[in-house]
Design a protein around this ligand. Structure first.
Ligand code: SF4
Ligand code: SF4
Length: 507
């Protein structure tokens, strides 16, 4: 008899305490409630607390801690923020309204069933972040969070499925992007069990309990759980793209056949299979654009906080003969997110296309651009690590001040606290992260080229020399090295200490 469920490798769900907790059907709610309360506190302090960024929970909590924890979680585990996402808690009410009063709601229109809306919002957010210096304004930070709740509820009240997560949420797209390099993945444990499964609850989730017989044994029936609202069918799901780690499929599968399993980080980028709910990476221009925006955006975002950018902006304002920051910032964004990517990616794709001979240059771009994702994520990591390590302990005096404001604390606030590590450690840590990202990107580029050329060989029978994969990957390796040098240069510049007391004292 075939085993009903077996864990072929590290599977977090088989761990004694964590595993039991995650398999509890209210686990996600139990994680969302404290994060929701934290978000409420942040919004409250942002609206009525001290409007000095390093002294307010909104700015310190969002721009120092939230961002630091998100990238750290993506690096060591997976998409834990989406798992505990506070925006999804009130959205439950919207979903209830849709299901009970709006006849199930509307399907997402085909024209927006992609990532273009989210990409537009990401660029808009990056732009607003620089223009309005969001990191320095608790009031605006609180309003951004409130707007986020409102849009999440509105979208999910009207549209079916997880429309907000899959097609709108900029944070979600960032998490999907980062989770490409995560070491954990939600995945079936035994594909043989799925092959024998007739009900496919992980995607369909039946509304009532129904006993299920498998290999002559009666296993537990589905209990009205939801299937994957993001349309990821476990049997054909590949990797972490679009997976919010919501655990719905795990609770829905009556055969206990889904785990949170360890994997080789970045491996999902190497090949280009058809992926449930996504299709092929090489056929998705919107996903390629998402990778480009989040990779080059990482460098643009870090570049915007070093001193040379002020000289550049002043030069642009001078050139355009204006006092306003807007035209210069628009130009900077066009340069950073359109012109430079086009100037680098276009030739790289054409060179690889000339060598691969079997795929169009567009397809080559959509396939190989994924090699840049680890480098892009490493840049976010190094940047956020800088802010987190220089200001993580600021949370202590900020919380003390908050408690004192609401009459719950009478001691003196520890404003002497701030950095988590000595300043001399910062650059070595940032450089190590960037080097690791570059190495991972180079490995991915070579793997993509190897798989791509072997597919072409199968289709055309054309044989290549032993170094053909290296040759096809070479332009992308060159790009990665260029990014590495630029990233190291950025990290060597004096940076704004956004969100810390050193920022106030002019550090
Ligand atoms: S419900 Fe889905 S994951 Fe579970 S056995 Fe069936 S096909 Fe596999
Ligand atoms: S239900 Fe879908 S989004 Fe949620 S954990 Fe499973 S595969 Fe991921």
């Amino acid at each position: 008899m075939t085993a009903i469920a077996r864990a072929p490798r590290v599977d977090v769900l088989t761990w004694p305490v964590v595993g039991r907790f995650l398999k509890w059907r209210h686990a996600r709610l139990a994680m969302q409630i404290p994060v929701f309360l934290l978000a409420a506190l942040i919004i409250f302090d942002g609206l009525v607390g001290p409007q000095l960024a390093p002294k307010n929970l909104a700015t310190v909590g969002v721009w120092l801690h939230y961002r630091g924890f998100v990238v750290l979680a993506l690096l060591v585990a997976g998409n834990l923020f989406c798992m505990a996402c506070p925006f999804m808690l009130p959205r439950r009410a919207g979903r209830w309204v849709r299901e009970h009063w709006l006849r199930g709601g509307r399907p997402v229109p085909a024209v927006v069933r992609n990532k273009w809306v989210a990409i537009g919002l990401i660029v808009l957010f990056f732009f607003a972040y620089e223009l309005f210096a969001l990191w320095s304004t608790p009031w605006w930070t609180a309003w951004v969070a409130l707007a986020y709740f409102a849009v999440a509820i509105a979208v999910d009240t009207v549209f079916q499925g997880a429309a907000f997560c899959k097609h709108v949420c900029p944070l979600g797209q960032f998490n999907f992007f980062g989770s490409l390099i995560s070491p954990l993945e939600i995945k079936v444990r035994d594909s043989g069990v799925c092959a024998g499964c007739r009900t496919k609850d992980c995607i369909t989730a039946r509304p009532a309990p129904t006993p299920i017989t498998l290999h002559g044994m009666t296993v537990r029936g589905a209990n009205g759980e939801r299937g994957c609202e993001l349309a990821l069918f476990q049997e054909r799901k590949v990797g972490n793209m679009d997976c919010t780690f919501c655990l719905d499929c795990i609770h829905a599968c009556p055969r206990d056949n889904i785990g949170i399993v360890a994997r080789t980080p970045t491996k999902e980028l190497w090949s280009d299979p058809w992926r449930s709910g996504i299709g092929r990476f090489s056929q998705r221009s919107d996903l390629a654009a998402l990778v480009i925006v989040l990779t080059f955006g990482a460098f643009l975002n870090a570049f915007a906080m070093i001193r040379p950018v002020y000289a550049l902006q002043a030069g642009l304002a001078n050139l355009l003969q204006t006092q306003s920051r807007v035209p210069g910032l628009v130009l900077l964004f066009i340069l950073g997110l359109v012109a430079i990517p086009a100037a680098l990616l276009g030739p790289a794709s054409l060179i690889t296309h000339a060598q691969a001979r079997g795929a169009g240059a567009g397809e080559v771009l959509r396939r190989y651009v994924w090699a840049l994702a680890p480098m892009g994520f490493a840049m976010w990591l190094a940047h956020y690590a800088f802010h987190f390590l220089t200001g993580a302990l600021t949370v202590v005096p900020v919380v003390q001040t908050f408690l004192s404001d609401v009459g719950l604390y009478a001691g003196a606030a520890r404003w002497d606290l701030g950095p988590l590590t000595p300043q001399s450690w910062l650059f070595p840590i940032e450089a190590a992260l960037l080097y690791a990202g570059a190495i991972a990107s180079i490995v991915v580029a070579v793997q993509i080229a190897g798989n791509h050329l072997s597919e072409i060989r199968k289709q055309t029978g054309a044989r290549r020399g032993p170094y053909a994969a290296l040759g096809a990957a070479a332009p992308w390796i060159g790009l990665v090295l260029l990014m590495l040098v630029f990233g190291i240069w950025i990290m060597l510049q004096p940076m704004e200490m956004r969100g810390t007391m050193m920022m106030v004292s002019g550090g």
